[in-house]
Design a protein around this ligand. Structure first.
Ligand SMILES: Cc1cc2nc3c(=O)[nH]c(=O)nc-3n(C[C@H](O)[C@H](O)[C@H](O)COP(=O)(O)OP(=O)(O)OC[C@H]3O[C@@H](n4cnc5c(N)ncnc54)[C@H](O)[C@@H]3O)c2cc1C
Length: 442
């Protein structure tokens, strides 16, 4: 049986190779060089559109753990990265030309893969994986929108930072909603002086310049926090930082302004700063947001961003395994599914390849347990609130919390990583998945 994979990027290459390992023939359709995107510059498969780093390899880092899981599953991205790596401390960084050469060679060497260089303008018939990334071409985007319906596909993300609950200072923040009946929010109260200094810092903060094609058409309801701050000193106090309906139990008074934190996950580990979508540079976000009362020691699991990014509302319109709900042999993979980052996109491609292959041969699709990084990421995609869905990168807030609370961040991460690794290999064995012993570094 032949499976079509659209998009020869990081996710598409992984998916294609996973399918061939299960004995399928693959037609891989990549539009470059006939037609390119605004960010790609070559005709290579698996081109890196920006940084040459795949982030940390430290096993106690969330990105390091994701890599361990990907290695065990035989990731072509990591095999290619190992061949092309350059010194970068604990990060895995590559010579990008050697990297894409290795990716291209690995796919071309597979005789079961036929590579077509053309733009795919409609959804292919038959079993298919769509992995066309954040810059999916317009005609295909229209076809995807048609099958998924309104609200299925977004073209820009507007990401607010997320903090881990454990680092939020309980002596400062208080739980309360603006309406008596809900106390679902955590509130960081600010005095007038703190608020004025905060607005000043936002106004002076350095933002990302971005490319012309990345120019974001800001919507009034979703402006970057620094843009709101620049519109007037009280704009935020009458907007996302309004204190109306909130009384600080420690003072018995209404704060001058508040930063509200809203729960991202059911376990209550991840909390986002409501309305704090931003284009500030990461160093600036760290400096300015850590000045918010109650967040000075908070661990930021995700930084804010706003950029052009085509992505699907996974929890709102896809099956738990990433397929169309009306056509189960049409599976989506990569950044398009609402994961964020090179390795996350590639990991999503690996699972899409495994699961489409399994379902074509009548087997149940597989998702690792939520104590693992890949399992935690997929649980987020499945269970996130569709009305607030924004892309997500790997972080330790995604996995189940440990049974007991560990205050030391280092010790907590060591235990989380050890558990994730053990559970991942048990899951692979139980699922009958072959461990890639050449690549797995356990
Ligand atoms: C400008 C930019 C910078 C980024 N920088 C980083 C970064 O520094 N670090 C990081 O971790 N992540 C970054 N990302 C996010 C993300 O990790 C990458 O975009 C990653 O390449 C996504 O992998 P993918 O396989 O889903 O998509 P891609 O790697 O983009 O692959 C999709 C492929 O599909 C092809 N395609 C598109 N439409 C069609 C069509 N209709 N027919 C046939 N082929 C088609 C494209 O040419 C492309 O080769 C960035 C994203 C963008 C847009």
């Amino acid at each position: 049986m032949k499976v079509t994979v659209v998009g020869g990027g990081l996710a598409g290459c992984e998916a294609a190779l996973q399918l061939t390992q299960q004995g399928y023939l693959v037609r891989l359709i990549e539009m470059r060089p006939k037609r390119s995107t605004e960010a790609h510059h070559t005709d290579s498969l698996g081109e890196l559109v920006c940084t040459n780093s795949f982030k940390s390899e430290n096993p106690t880092n969330a990105h390091g753990q994701l890599k361990r899981e990907m290695r065990a599953l035989g990731s072509v991205l990591l095999r290619s990265a190992d061949i092309s790596r350059v010194p970068a401390g604990s990060a895995l960084a590559v010579d990008r030309t050697l990297f894409t050469k290795a990716m291209t060679a690995a796919v071309e060497a597979e005789s079961a893969i036929e590579i077509l260089r053309e733009e795919c303008t409609s959804l292919p018939n038959g079993p298919s994986i769509i992995a066309t990334g954040p810059l999916t071409s317009n005609l295909l985007s229209e076809a995807i929108q048609q099958i998924l319906g309104d609200g299925g596909l977004s073209f820009f993300d507007a990401i607010a930072p997320i903090v881990h609950r454990d680092g939020v200072d309980e002596n400062v923040v208080f739980a309360a909603g603006r309406f008596d009946e809900d106390s679902d929010y955590l509130n960081c109260p600010m005095s007038e002086q703190e608020y004025l200094a905060f607005v000043e810092a936002l106004r002076d903060g350095e933002a990302h310049e971005g490319h012309d094609w990345d120019a974001v058409p800001y919507f009034e309801g979703c402006l970057p926090i620094e843009v709101m701050a620049s519109r007037g000193v009280d704009t935020l106090r009458f907007g996302p930082m309004k204190p109306i309906g909130l009384t600080d139990p420690r003072t018995g008074e209404r704060p001058w302004a508040v930063v509200q934190l809203r729960r991202e996950d059911r376990a209550g580990q991840m909390w986002n700063l409501v309305g704090f979508q931003t284009r500030l540079q990461i160093g600036e976000q760290s400096r300015i947001f850590k000045s918010i009362p109650g967040l000075s020691d908070a661990e930021f699991l995700r930084w804010g961003s706003i950029h052009r990014n085509s992505y699907l509302n996974f929890p709102g319109c896809l099956s738990p395994f990433g397929s169309s709900r009306v056509r189960t042999n049409l599976v989506f993979a990569g950044q398009l599914t609402g994961v964020e980052g090179y390795t996350e996109s590639a990991a999503s491609g690996i699972l899409a390849g495994i699961n489409l292959g399994r379902s074509l041969s009548g087997e149940e699709p597989l998702i690792p347990p939520p104590t693992t990084m890949l399992g935690g990421l997929f649980r987020y995609l499945r269970n996130a609130d569709p009305s607030h869905f924004q892309p997500m990168n790997s972080n330790w807030g995604l996995v189940d919390p440990l049974s007991q609370r560990i205050r030391s961040k280092r010790e907590r991460r060591e235990l989380l990583a050890q558990r994730a690794n053990e559970d991942f290999f048990v899951w692979m064995e139980r699922s009958g998945l072959r461990l890639d012993t050449t690549e797995a570094r356990v």
